[in-house]
Design a protein around this ligand. Sequence first.
Ligand SMILES: *Cc1c(COP(=O)(O)O)cnc(C)c1O
Length: 401
Amino acid sequence: MTDLNRLFAATKQAFDLPKGVIYLDGNSLGPMTHASRARLVDEMDNQWSQKLIRGWNESGWYHLSQTVGDKIAALIGAPKGTVTTADNTSINVHKVLSAALAMNPGRKVILSDSGNFPTDLYVAQGVIAGLDDGYELKVVTPEQVFDAIDESVAVVMITQVDYCTGRLHDMASITERARVKGVKTIWDLCHSAGAMAIQLDDLKVDFAVGCGYKYFNGGPGAPAFLYVREQHINNIQPVLTGWMGHESPFSFDRQYTPMQGIGRMRVGTPSVLGLASLDAALDVWQGVTMQQVRARSIELSELFMDEVAKRCPELELASPTDASQRGSQVSYRFHEGYAVVQALIDQGVVGDFRMPNIVRFGITPLYLDEADIIKAAEIIGDVMTNKRWDCDKFKAVQAVT
Ligand SMILES: *Cc1c(COP(=O)(O)O)cnc(C)c1O
């Protein structure tokens, strides 16, 4: 066994995966760790039930947003004290977009791209409507982003890895061009944090947000994270002002004064159980580097693409073949993609479907190995060759795809 194999055989043991399932959807909802279960049981049996309100002081609840924020900071190249965990990604995009626009008052353009996740675009539309001050959302193709960064742009807000195809933006060159042109940067890391090495501080990124429930395995609806470049933090006037971002919440002042530090980006009482689950799940990263995860993800993705290509010529690869252009997922186009995903789930291979025709598979080295990848490809081959997807029960579309 190589060292990497040994390392990831150990991390796989940290997850509570159902028997007979190959889980290729950790980019959408990370699976449960044994540590999350133990932590939630402890929170219920020993903290919440026994300590009641004292839990805020005695069980670490009050500081948990920061405890978890600091753990995530270490995984995205951010200094301690620059990341908080609260709310969800959409709300955090609201917060950082408002803050970024206020830092560039003379400019009216928010630049994004057509590969962005729709919620980010919806948030931008809402922020623009609320400001009612001539702001404009400019959406270009991913290939056009770099050149579209000019002196008219206030903020460039993009998602590093495209949720459909896995296409990876070059964070270094885009951030640097933005800096030179006086444009503030917001990176959405939902599909990259926990999947690859990110150096927010080194690259001088202004703001970043991302999910707790995808590659960080915090559980359904786990709180999201929010990063602000250290030198900006105390200059930001939060737009979502609430008591948990106040300099002294328990003074109950009538006047809002923001806290010093990243805590000012909080609003109200956090979901403690969600944070506790995420906090416990993050311990799986002890002893694993993002470079190791990335190297392994590339290995497994290439194996997967080869094995699928051999068996399924009718699946058209939608992801870049060049690893340096791809995140940690492999996607295909197929006209009956939804039915294919349902047929695969029926056979124990869990991926997902995105409109209009994308079949997605997340490659997550913490709990997937070569044997899983080969087995999954065999099952995909069987479903495609024998058209097992071609029946009514797999074509009935459910609410969550
Ligand atoms: C998953 C995802 C989100 C999710 O936002 P929530 O508000 O947490 O539901 C946002 N942005 C991107 C790019 C995503 O992939």
